[in-house]
Ligand binder design. Structure first.
Ligand code: 5GP
Length: 208
């Protein structure tokens, strides 16, 4: 079985990347979404183990010490990290594993997994981004302002990404992401062994 691909998805807070991830997971069973650990408190309606595993600072530190995280980063006063086990088990089982993480974490992933595919999801324009950030209604004005400020920094390093995908119409965005992943599986370095086996089979049959 072929090994799965690691797909890193980042984007402005309010880009709708979480909704895109949810939809793509519902529509495809060859994909797995990594659930991060975080020290931030759950928002209303967020259940432990779904969007995140909500853990204490001590537990987070312990996971770092035990090398249980592929990467971690601070974001607006809290820590977020990707548990190693889930990612490696699913890649080995042939699933494409999606990480929805911010840019600093994405860069660390790229160093450890050079074949990872990095996608940055963005709304079509700044006005739409503002509207979505304010419209979510789950944050105080103080947090929104903090996130708007952060949004400006959030795209720093985006040149390192392989793809920038616009999320205007959700289903179109989901399909674009899916096509990118499928195309990545057709890269020469992934398919070369197929060509080699075709060639050697042809060569063998010529000899008979
Ligand atoms: P939120 O608090 O809105 O759920 O997430 C804040 C930011 O942290 C988002 O940009 C999200 O993609 C990012 N994030 C979530 N999990 C991780 C993780 O495991 N590692 C890193 N580096 N960033 C993460």
């Amino acid at each position: 079985m072929n090994k799965g691909k690691l797909i890193v998805v980042s984007g402005f807070s309010g880009s709708g990347k979480g909704t895109v991830m949810k939809a793509i997971m519902e529509q495809h069973d060859t994909y797995a979404l990594s659930v991060s650990v975080t020290t931030r408190k759950p928002r209303p309606g967020e259940k432990d183990g779904e969007a995140y595993f909500f853990i204490t600072d001590d537990k987070f530190q312990q996971m770092i010490n035990n090398n249980e995280l592929i990467e971690y980063a601070g974001y607006v006063g809290h820590y977020y990290g990707t548990p190693r086990r889930f990612v490696e088990d699913n890649l080995a089982a042939g699933k494409d594993v999606f990480l929805e993480i911010e840019i600093q974490g994405a860069m660390k992933v790229k160093k450890q997994y050079p074949d990872a595919v990095l996608m940055f999801i963005t709304p079509p324009d700044a006005q739409e981004l503002r509207r979505r950030l304010i419209g979510r209604g789950t944050e105080t004005m103080e947090v929104i302002n903090e996130r708007l400020k952060r949004a400006v920094q959030e795209a720093e390093g985006v040149e390192e990404y392989d793809y920038i995908v616009i999320n205007d119409i959700l289903q179109e965005c989901v399909e674009t992401v899916d096509k990118i992943v499928k195309s990545e599986h057709n890269r020469t370095d992934e398919r070369i062994s197929l060509i080699q086996s075709i060639r050697s089979e042809l060569a063998d049959s010529q000899g008979k």
